[in-house]
Design a protein around this ligand. Sequence first.
Ligand code: SF4
Length: 493
Amino acid sequence: MTSQRAHQRTNVVWLGSPSFPEAAKPLLRDEQLRSNLRRATGTIRERRLAVTGELDDWEELRTAGEAVKRRTLRHLDHYLEQLEASVVRAGGQVHWAADAEEANRIVTRLVRETGEREVVKVKSMATQEIGLNEALAEAGIDAYETDLAELIVQLADDRPSHILVPAIHRNRAEIREIFTAAMGRYGRPAPEDLTDDPAALAEAARLHLREKFLRAKVAVSGANFASADTGTVAVVESEGNGRMCLTLPETLITVMGIEKVVPAFSDLEIFLQLLPRSSTGERMNPYTSLWTGTTEGDGPSTFHLVLLDNGRTATLADATGRQALACIRCSACLNVCPVYERTGGHAYGSVYPGPIGAVLTPQLVGVENAASLPFASTLCGACYDACPVKIDIPEVLTHLRAQAVESRRARRKVPSAEALVMKAAAAVFATPGRLAAAQKAAGLGGRFLGDTVSRLPGPLSGWSDARDAPVPPRESFRAWWERTEGGTDEEER
Ligand code: SF4
């Protein structure tokens, strides 16, 4: 497991990324970034609240979604085997990939077998997670992103910073600059008089992408859902570019995390209501593509489904942490998170940012390899309230924090200053006499301070650097109780 996870680290987590607090510092000072994020997340938040509020049975839908996901995860092996049989029966081929390396090897081989040197891509978190574009490039195959936001990220040689809107950190003027500077390197250049009007930007992208759609023989996609009983795979998107990839090329290769399976086609009824309302604040998805194996004369003639584990089985083994596998990638938790709104997605150093990234990434790569992420939260619980499948993200965060501390402790040869302080505190709290003496001493010391302590000494400064520490009370509750006989003393009243 260790070597498998060490490899995965090179993919789910961006190599060389600093820890969250370090990465967040410069981003917090970037006013343009914060203004872009505030505007974008604020708009999506309002839209989501409006459309979820208009359904009387929204809470029942959430409960139903949660129940289906829980049942699926409990019997994941069964549903995956059923899915494999259904896809094969419908004319598709199924491949199993234990980790990112194996998945990349399979996809590269499948593309090579077609004799093609380029693929068009539908927006997909799974292929980002395994670093597929980079692996294909090493094999001499060009991968072109066709989702508008992914295209912006690819042209800018940037990293995505949001699950749903990967270029959320860019504004219109920046996008115009990116299109003007980079489109020509990948194909049709942007018009010379391109403005930052959204319609003009969309038209430039449409013309740029059209020649790729018409030329491509191979497409690579992810999957939002796949139903075990029929083998039907579903992709939802807003622009229709995904549908071009899913219908025009001769070969379609879908890379899907194993947790995306649902038991029955009829379960889609729940998720196709939950997802658009939670993610884009729309009542239904503009484009929902469903396909079942292959059909002669309709769509790709060859279909491959690559089922990706890459740390998911290990996550499944943790009864608390496995909730994260129920995620339908709506990104509602990102849009309500006060930490995400101030830092953006890059601070998380992972393909999966925000609250869901803070619980999923450490589990996929091993907590010791992403130990700062479970702490990248205020535990305010807004993510739990927003999640359409009721993932208790704060519960998983605290669970992983404990694991992160344990793993750090296990690796240290000498105890940390914090551990020594905690040990001393444990000794003080162990007997009433010691506690009383310590409270008395603290109360005496507190007389010489003001109302708050702005900086505590030594290792305690880490705590007081982020907040004002209250001075110890002059008298402990016990001492007050004894002195006043529980408040009945005449003088006290
Ligand atoms: S954890 Fe919940 S709210 Fe966050 S992306 Fe996943 S499904 Fe959406």
